[in-house]
Design a binder for this molecule. Structure first.
Ligand SMILES: [Zn+2]
Length: 162
């Protein structure tokens, strides 16, 4: 289920169960429903596809910081080596190597193809004569939505377009 903030900005993806709980507690409203319904012993409710939180939720930067995964790094970097633009043999590279005090944070991790990663080795990009295509940043919630749900349902698209 796609969860929108009160402002209609996409926040994240949640399970049907979680969405139903938010709806029943009136913490969210149903924006898009599926044709299929959910049945329980005593009620039938619409199966949510997109819900919107009633009150605005401030998205802490920390939630993104915790979720540094290979897939999220590749998705942020558009599955492209950030040194040469190659789309094959992707690995994750610490821009400032860990041996030189580099941290495992969004601004120090990029997608790199294996040949670039080998060429750079334990050096700084500058020392290896390499440059980043763009400075790495904490990705927007959209990246995590794409990672959580590789196939984006048609009903979500209009909300993710912005
Ligand atoms: Zn490369």
């Amino acid at each position: 289920m796609l969860v929108l903030n009160a402002t209609y900005e996409p926040v994240n993806v949640c399970t049907v169960r979680r969405a139903v709980v938010l709806l029943l507690k009136e913490k969210a409203e149903l924006i898009e429903r599926a044709e299929r319904e959910l049945h329980s012993a005593c009620t039938t409710i619409a199966r949510p596809v997109v819900i919107r939180l009633i009150s605005y939720v401030r998205i802490p930067r920390d939630t993104h910081r915790r979720k540094i995964t290979r897939r999220a790094v590749f998705a942020r970097d558009d599955w492209t080596c950030q040194y040469c633009g190659s789309r094959t043999q992707l690995t994750v590279d610490h821009v400032v190597p860990r041996s030189k005090g580099g941290t495992s944070t969004w601004d120090n991790i990029v997608a790199s193809c294996a040949p670039c990663n080998r060429r750079k080795g334990d050096a700084l990009p500058r020392q290896a004569g390499m440059r980043l295509l763009k400075p790495p940043r904490t990705p927007s919630p959209h990246v995590f939505i794409h990672v959580a749900s590789p196939t984006i349902p048609a009903a979500w698209r209009q909300y993710l377009a912005a």
